[in-house]
Design a protein around this ligand. Structure first.
Ligand code: CU
Length: 160
């Protein structure tokens, strides 16, 4: 006789097997978006994407509700000038990681619907070539550290 609990266990195992896509084998840390000047129509999103799986994963698409268009970008040296350009996919080898940071790989938010406010959390959906996807929540951070974060010289100085 099959007990209901056994059936449930079997279903859960089967579910896990079929749901396992590229999205399940990546972990994403530190997602953030760099606040751009109010006049700018675009902003970059950064994060570290680690592939803990046994095979290479490819991110082919990114999406977010705060901008009209979302692209995967990288910077290239063109005749001594660094330029950024859209890339067809962001590939991460098994056990490898992709570091998205200013001046390098990034997710580009183009055509911002409203100026980005510091502290705002924007969901970014990353879609893999196998159709699986992952939604991460990126926090808007200032492009420059606020003055308060700088060492306060005045109070610490000793009088001679
Ligand atoms: Cu870009």
């Amino acid at each position: 006789m099959i007990r209901p609990s056994m059936l449930l266990t079997a279903l859960l195992i089967a579910g896990n097997v079929f749901a396992a896509g590229s999205a399940d084998s990546v972990t994403i840390t530190d997602p953030w978006i760099r606040q751009s000047p109010a006049v700018a129509q675009a902003a970059g999103a950064f994060m570290i994407i680690k592939n803990t799986g046994a095979k290479e994963v490819k991110i082919t698409k990114a999406d977010n509700p705060a901008s009209k268009v979302t692209e995967l970008h990288n910077h290239f040296n063109e005749g001594g000038v660094m330029k950024m350009r859209a890339i067809p996919s962001l590939d991460i080898k098994a056990g490898g990681e992709a570091i998205l940071k200013p001046g390098s790989l990034h997710v580009m938010l183009i055509g911002l619907k409203a100026p980005l406010e510091v502290g705002k959390v924007i969901p970014i959906t990353l879609t893999f070539d196998d159709g699986s996807n992952k939604i991460i929540e990126a926090t808007v951070k200032p492009a420059m550290p606020p003055p308060a974060a700088m060492p306060a010289a005045g109070h610490e100085m000793h009088k001679h």
